[in-house]
Design a protein around this ligand. Structure first.
Ligand SMILES: [Zn+2]
Length: 88
């Protein structure tokens, strides 16, 4: 019983570490909703490789190489037009 609990704790620690690593690689870890800028229409998308990109609805899936800048929890700045987006 005790051993099982330790295994689960160890697994949880590994998942957290993996999520951090995935985030650092630009992969989307599904820990929030995708962002869409209401002002200029820049939107986030996750491509088949798991990479988080931003694109325009007119060119879906084509990375603009812009990224929403995380200012604080649930607050992001659009790097295309500079407007602040409140998420969640
Ligand atoms: Zn914008």
């Amino acid at each position: 019983m005790n051993r099982r609990r330790n295994d689960i704790r160890e697994l949880a620690t590994r998942i957290v570490a993996l999520q951090a690593k995935a985030g650092a690689l630009g992969l989307f870890t599904n820990d929030r909703e995708l962002i869409e800028c209401q002002k200029c229409g820049l939107l986030e998308d996750v491509i088949v490789t798991g990479q988080l990109i931003t694109c325009r609805s007119s060119a879906f899936g084509r990375d603009t190489r812009l990224r929403f800048e995380e200012l604080s929890q649930n607050r992001f700045r659009c790097s295309a037009c500079g407007s602040i987006i409140h998420q969640g």
